[in-house]
Design a protein around this ligand. Structure first.
Ligand code: ATP
Length: 229
C-alpha cells in the first residue's frame, strides 16, 4: 500500500527515475512509470533483459551495467536521477551494495525491493528511503480485495484510516448527501463523486447519488467497512 509522503515526493514535476534490475518487478515499475509519461532509465547486468526493454519500449532508455560498480552508475547518469528503484530481490549482496552506492552518491529518493525482513532491515541501514516487499504487499492487497471487493481503489493514509473509491450502493440511489448524512450515520466523509470521466470534488449537500456513480470516501477503516456496499 502507498504512503502519503512517498506519493507527495514522487509526484512533483519532471521527476526522473532509474530502475536497477529488470526482472518482473523492475520491468513492471518501468512500464508503469513510462506509461505515465515519466523519463525512466532501466538497467540490468543482463544484456538480454536490456534489449528486451528497449524492443518492447517500456522505458525511455536502457543500459547494461553492473550496479555494484559506482563508476558504471555514475557514467550512466544514475546519480543525477531524483528517484532510483533498486529492483534486485534475490541477489542480496548486489542489492545491498547497489543501494549503498546510490545513497552514498546523494540520490535523494532510493526505493529498494526486499526479499525478506532481514534484507529489508539491512537496506534501511544502508540508507534506503523506502523498502518494499512486493510479494507480501500483493498478498495483503489480494486479501483485502477478496474480503472487500466493493472497494475499487484504496489509499491507506495510515494503519487505521483510508480513502476508498466505491460504487454508489443501491441503498443510496436517488438520495442527496444531506439526506444520507454519512458523517453522522457512518462516520465517513464524501470527498468526491465521479461518473467515470469526471469527478466533482467537495460535492454540495444537495448532490443526488445515483447507481453507477463512484464515491471517493475518507474515514476510519472500521467505519468504511460499515458502508452498505
Ligand atoms: P522478479 O522477477 O521477482 O522481479 P527476479 O528473480 O527476476 O525477480 P532478481 O533476482 O530479484 O530478479 O533480480 C532482478 C534483476 O537484477 C535480474 O534481472 C538481474 O539480472 C539483475 N541484477 C542482479 N545483479 C545485478 C547487478 N549487479 N547489476 C545490475 N543488475 C543486476
Amino acid at each position: 500500500m502507498k504512503s502519503l509522503n512517498f506519493l507527495t515526493n514522487s509526484r512533483s514535476k519532471n521527476r526522473q527515475f532509474a530502475v536497477i534490475g529488470l526482472g518482473r518487478f523492475g520491468r513492471a515499475v518501468c512500464t508503469s512509470l513510462h506509461k505515465m509519461g515519466y523519463e525512466v532509465l532501466g538497467t540490468d547486468i543482463d544484456q538480454k533483459l536490456v534489449t528486451q526493454v528497449l524492443t518492447q519500449k517500456v522505458a525511455s532508455h536502457a543500459i547494461q551495467l553492473d550496479s555494484t560498480e559506482p563508476e558504471s552508475l555514475k557514467e550512466a547518469g544514475i546519480f543525477e536521477m531524483d528517484t532510483v528503484i533498486v529492483a534486485i530481490g534475490n541477489y542480496l549482496q548486489e542489492s545491498i551494495i547497489t543501494t549503498l552506492n546510490v545513497k552514498e552518491a546523494g540520490v535523494e529518493q532510493v526505493v529498494a525491493k526486499a526479499s525478506s525482513e532481514i534484507h529489508g532491515k539491512v537496506l534501511r541501514r544502508v540508507g534506503a528511503d523506502r523498502v518494499v516487499f512486493p510479494e507480501y504487499e500483493a498478498g495483503c492487497a489480494l486479501a483485502i480485495n477478496l474480503t472487500q471487493p466493493a472497494f475499487l481503489e484504496r489509499f491507506e493514509l495510515d494503519t487505521e484510516n483510508s480513502i476508498v473509491e466505491v460504487l454508489v450502493p443501491e441503498a443510496f440511489h436517488g438520495k442527496t448527501l444531506s439526506q444520507l448524512d454519512l458523517r453522522k450515520c457512518y462516520g465517513v466523509n464524501v470527498l468526491a463523486i465521479g461518473n467515470g470521466e469526471k469527478f466533482i470534488t467537495n460535492p454540495n449537500p444537495g448532490q443526488v447519488l445515483k447507481k453507477g456513480l463512484v464515491m471517493v470516501v475518507i474515514g476510519d477503516n472500521k467505519n468504511l467497512q460499515k458502508l452498505p456496499i
